[in-house]
Design a protein around this ligand. Structure first.
Ligand code: UDP
Length: 254
């Protein structure tokens, strides 16, 4: 990593939340190789610039605990969801390595023969030695989501910002796929987001970000170079913050 590269970046340490959905083909279950390759290449661009990248991966492309199609206890259904995130993590780590990006996969549930158990100190060490750190398993507990895990890990690992990669170009006041009059928010405070009951992130995650003043950017990761542009400080997507961080204020005022 060279200093000149890293100084061009608005953010030097990020936590990227990759929803499972964007790793799958729309309308079908599982991992889509083309989508996976695309996101790995986007991550590689910022890693090559010297940015410290940790990633929390969801599992919605494989299983969502609350949407089990067969009669299943919610706790057990959530356990399947947790394991789905581990499956995505295996594919993501392997694809990153195949593209020349050193990556470590840690899970919040014990999968000893598959990946490491998440430990903050180990994750920090790996990040500081230039590895992308992939964290799966959510919090390892039912009734939670990987959004909450992402905000917690971002805080623990000292990320300057949490970036939620989605297939919509920000946060809207209604579903833009259904409502033609839906309007996008350029900026929201955490309080706004919580009071408006916005479904883009779960409330626990919003509250954690608010309490610890961790800014959040929701953006469409499917548009080319979107991740790189966000990290360079371009205002795309929706920024959620309380204006207390000067770097976010300057992004917003551009
Ligand atoms: N999950 C859980 N506890 C966690 C994280 C995830 O029980 O801490 C389960 C839950 O069933 C959830 C599924 O894993 O529906 C997939 O995670 P999530 O919905 O957050 O994935 P995403 O929407 O980001 O793809």
């Amino acid at each position: 990593m060279t200093i000149s590269k890293i100084t061009n970046m608005q953010y030097k340490r990020i936590l990227l939340k990759l929803s499972g959905e964007i790793l799958g083909k729309s309308g079908s279950k599982g991992i889509d190789h083309v989508e996976l390759q695309y996101y790995v290449k986007e991550i590689k661009k910022v890693h090559d610039m010297g940015v410290c990248v940790s990633i929390v991966v969801g599992g919605g492309n494989i299983h969502r605990g609350s949407k089990s199609l067969f009669q299943l206890d919610r706790t057990e259904s959530d356990h399947i969801g947790v394991l789905a995130t581990v499956m995505n993590g295996i594919a993501l780590r392997s694809c990153l390595e195949n593209n020349g990006v050193p990556a470590i996969h840690m899970s919040s549930v014990h999968c000893t023969t598959i990946c490491d158990f998440y430990k903050r100190q180990e994750a920090v060490k790996a990040l500081d030695s230039g590895h992308v750190v992939i964290i799966t398993g959510g919090l390892g507990l039912p009734y939670f989501t990987t959004d909450t895990a992402a905000s917690l890990r971002a805080i623990e690992l000292g990320a300057e910002v949490m970036l939620k990669a989605t297939n919509v170009d920000g946060i809207y006041n209604a579903d833009p796929n259904i409502d033609p009059y839906a309007t996008k928010f350029e900026h929201l405070t955490f309080q706004d987001a919580i009071e408006k009951n916005l479904a883009v992130l779960d409330k626990t995650a919003f509250v954690l970000c608010q309490t610890h003043q961790l800014p959040l950017i929701v953006f469409n990761a499917a548009s080319p170079n979107a991740l790189l542009r966000v990290i360079q400080g371009e205002h795309i997507g929706t920024i959620v913050s309380d204006y207390k961080k000067p770097n976010i204020y300057s992004v917003y005022s551009k």
